[in-house]
Design a protein around this ligand. Structure first.
Ligand code: SF4
Ligand code: SF4
Ligand code: SF4
Ligand code: FES
Length: 574
C-alpha cells in the first residue's frame, strides 16, 4: 500500500490506509459509524460516517484515500447532517434501553449519547414485528434492527447466507428468506451475526435467569465450568485491558455468584486431546484412508456446518465430543461418585465464548444415563452481565483454585481457545503416544497465528504429520474443496467456525475485532509459555480419571461417555 498525503481539517497527514475512515481514525479522530465494522465489507447505508471531501459530502467508510484530498471531519454542516441521519435512525427505533440486553454496550445508544441526540427529537412510526425465538442459540428482534447489513455480511462470510432483505422501504426486514424462522433454516448457530450486530436485533438466547434459579435451588449441586477463551476476554466487558487473564479470580467470582463448584473446561480439553490423539493414531496405524484426514470435532458450529453442507466429510470427523461435553459427562459420573453426590441432583453450567454450544447441549447424543452432559450454556457476555448485575468486581478479588478432584488443566488444554491450539495439543500428546517420550520441542509455531488457512508439516521426533488449520466457515469451504480435488493432502485438519477460533466466538464480548482477537491469542500463548504442565497426558487429574474410571483412551467406557455420532441433515428441511 503506497503512502499518500491528505489534508485533514487543515493538517497535512501521511497515510497508508486504504479507506478514509481508517486514515482519519489513525490520526486520533473517531468518525461515528454504525453500518461499518472493521472486519466486514463496507455497506455504507447509515450515513453517519460522512465527511466533507473537497466540498462534497461522502461516506468515509467506503471512500478510498486519494492523494491530496482535503477533508473536513467536523464542519458545522457535517455535524448537522450526521445528527439528522442519527435522528432518522432513532425515529423508528423502539427505545427500551433500560430493559434491553445490549443496554450499556449498544452502539446506537452510545452514539446518541456522544452526539447529544434525544429520542424524543423526532417521532416516527415504529413497527410491531414478531421476534424469532425458534433457535436454541440466537434470538432475532427485528423491531430493533437498523438495517445496517452487518449480520448479512457476517453470515455470507461464513458461506451460510441465510440472512437477507425481505420487503422494501419501511417494510424491510432482515432475516431468513420469506420471513422464515431460524429453526427452519440451516443456521449453524455460530453467532457471528450477533457478534457483529451494533444493536440488540440479533443476540444470544439469554439463559442467566434459569441458571440463577438453579444456583438458588438448595437441592441442586451446581457445577460451573469455564472455557479456555473466557479467561482472556471477559475482562474487556468489565472495562479491563484486552488480554487480561482472570482465571483464578473468575473462580472466586463464580463462587461468589453461588456456584457450588468451579471447574476448568481446559481439563475437558485435556481429555479431548487424549481421546483424539488416540483416535488419530489408530486411524493412521490402520491406514483408514477413507477416514483420513481426521477432522477435529470440538466446534459445534463446524459440526452443524458439516452435517448440513459437507456430507462427504462426516466420516472424517473425530467422534470425540467437545471438551465441555466431555467434562460434563465426567462430572455426572466420576466427579459425582468421588463426591458422593447423586448425579440427578447435579446441574452443569458451561460458560463459553460460543452460541453454537447452546444448541449443542440440546442434542440427544449429548446425553448419558438419561441425563444431559451439560444443562445450560452461558456466553461470555451473559457471564459479564451477571457480574455487572451483582456488582462483583472480578479484578479486585482474591484468587482461588478450581475444585477437586478435577482441578488441574494443562496449558495445552488452554490452547484450545485459539485457532491452531487443538491440533498443537493433540500433536504434543500424539508424539508421546507414538514414541513413548516427551517431544523434544513442544511448540508448533507454524500452526499458530491469524492466517486464514495454515498448512504445515509437524515433526513428531521423526514421524511427519501434515496438518491444515482453518478458522471461519467460508474458508473451511474453500479448504475442503482443495482437499476433495487432491490439491491439498494432509493427515489432520483443525476446523474452528469463528475467526481466530473460540477467542473470536459468537458469544464473546462486543466489540470483537481482529486486533482484539490477536490480544486474546497472545494471552493464551503466554499462559502456555509460563506453564509447568504443557501436555495433556501429564495432567495428574486426567491420569487418575483414566485409572479410576475411564480405563484408557478409546475404551468402551470412554466411547460411551466421551464420543458421539453425526448425521447428514437436509439444509432445505432442517
Ligand atoms: S448464527 Fe451464524 S449461520 Fe446462523 S444466522 Fe447467524 S451468522 Fe448465519
Ligand atoms: S439485525 Fe443487527 S446487524 Fe443485522 S441488519 Fe439489523 S441491526 Fe444490522
Ligand atoms: S469456534 Fe469456538 S466459539 Fe466459534 S462456534 Fe466453534 S466452538 Fe463455538
Ligand atoms: S458507517 Fe459509513 S455509511 Fe455507515
Amino acid at each position: 500500500m503506497s503512502t499518500k498525503t491528505i489534508i485533514v481539517d487543515g493538517n497535512e497527514v501521511k497515510t497508508d490506509k486504504e479507506m478514509l475512515i481508517d486514515a482519519i481514525k489513525d490520526i486520533g479522530i473517531k468518525v461515528p459509524s454504525l453500518c461499518h465494522h472493521p472486519d466486514l465489507k463496507p455497506w455504507a447505508v447509515c450515513r453517519l460516517c460522512i465527511v466533507d471531501v473537497d466540498g462534497k459530502i461522502v461516506t468515509s467508510c467506503n471512500t478510498q484515500v486519494r492523494e491530496g484530498m482535503k477533508i473536513l471531519t467536523h464542519s458545522e454542516r457535517i455535524l448537522d447532517e450526521r445528527k439528522m441521519n442519527l435522528k432518522l435512525i432513532l425515529a423508528n427505533h423502539p427505545f427500551a434501553c433500560e430493559s434491553c440486553i445490549r443496554n450499556g454496550y449498544c452502539e446506537l445508544q452510545k452514539l446518541a449519547e456522544e452526539m447529544n441526540v434525544k429520542k424524543e427529537e423526532i417521532q416516527g412510526e415504529t413497527r410491531n414485528l414478531k421476534s424469532d425465538y425458534s433457535s436454541l442459540s440466537i434470538v432475532r428482534e427485528p423491531n430493533k434492527c437498523i438495517l445496517c447489513n452487518r449480520c448479512v455480511e457476517a453470515c455470507d462470510k461464513q458461506h451460510i447466507s441465510i440472512l437477507e432483505y425481505n420487503g422494501r422501504g419501511f417494510k424491510t426486514i432482515i432475516g431468513p428468506a420469506f420471513d422464515n424462522i431460524l429453526s427452519n433454516t440451516p443456521c449453524v448457530s455460530c453467532g457471528q451475526c450477533a457478534l457483529h450486530c451494533p444493536v440488540a436485533a440479533i443476540t444470544e438466547r439469554n439463559q442467566t435467569r434459569e441458571v440463577m434459579h438453579a444456583v438458588n435451588d438448595p437441592t441442586k449441586h451446581v457445577v460451573v465450568q469455564i472455557a479456555p477463551a473466557i479467561r482472556v476476554s471477559v475482562g474487556e466487558s468489565l472495562g479491563l485491558e484486552p488480554g487480561t487473564v482472570l482465571t483464578e479470580k473468575l473462580v472466586t467470582a463464580l463462587k461468589m455468584l453461588g456456584f457450588d463448584a468451579v471447574l476448568d473446561t481446559s481439563t475437558g480439553a485435556d481429555l479431548t486431546t487424549m481421546e483424539e490423539a488416540h483416535e488419530f493414531i489408530e486411524r493412521l496405524k490402520n491406514n483408514e484412508k477413507e477416514r483420513l484426514p481426521l477432522i477435529t470435532s470440538c466446534c459445534p458450529g463446524w459440526v452443524n456446518y458439516c452435517e448440513f453442507f459437507q456430507h462427504d466429510f462426516i466420516k472424517n470427523m473425530s467422534t470425540c465430543k467437545s471438551p465441555h461435553m466431555m467434562l460434563g459427562a465426567l462430572i455426572k459420573t466420576y466427579y459425582a461418585k468421588e463426591k458422593n453426590i447423586d448425579p440427578k441432583n447435579i446441574v452443569v453450567v458451561s460458560i463459553m465464548p460460543c452460541t453454537a454450544k447452546k444448541n449443542e447441549c440440546n442434542r440427544v447424543e449429548m446425553k448419558n444415563d438419561l441425563m444431559r452432559n451439560v444443562d445450560y450454556v452461558l456466553t461470555t457476555r451473559e457471564l459479564a452481565s451477571m457480574l455487572k448485575m451483582t456488582g462483583i468486581k472480578v479484578d479486585q478479588l482474591q484468587e482461588s483454585a478450581f475444585d477437586n478432584p478435577i482441578e488441574t488443566a494443562s496449558s495445552a488444554g488452554v490452547m484450545f481457545g485459539a485457532t491452531g491450539g487443538v491440533a498443537e495439543s493433540v500433536l504434543r500428546t500424539a508424539g508421546f503416544m507414538l514414541t513413548g517420550k516427551k517431544l523434544k520441542k513442544l511448540e508448533f509455531e507454524s500452526l499458530r497465528g491469524m492466517k486464514g488457512i495454515k498448512i504445515a508439516e509437524a515433526d513428531l521426533d521423526g514421524k511427519k504429520i501434515r496438518v491444515a488449520i482453518v478458522h471461519g466457515l467460508g474458508r473451511t469451504d474453500d479448504l475442503l474443496k482443495q482437499i476433495k480435488s487432491g490439491e491439498v493432502k494432509v493427515d489432520l485438519i483443525e476446523v474452528m467456525a469463528c475467526y481466530g477460533g473460540c477467542i473470536g466466538g459468537g458469544g464473546q464480548p462486543i466489540p470483537t475485532t481482529k486486533e482484539l482477537i490477536q490480544k486474546r491469542m497472545d494471552a493464551i500463548y503466554k499462559i502456555d509459555d509460563n506453564s509447568e504442565l504443557r501436555t495433556s497426558y501429564e495432567n495428574p487429574n486426567i491420569q487418575s480419571a483414566y485409572y479410576k474410571f475411564l480405563k484408557e483412551p478409546g475404551s468402551d467406557i470412554s466411547h460411551k461417555y466421551l464420543h458421539t455420532r453425526y448425521f447428514t441433515r437436509d439444509p432445505y428441511n432442517p
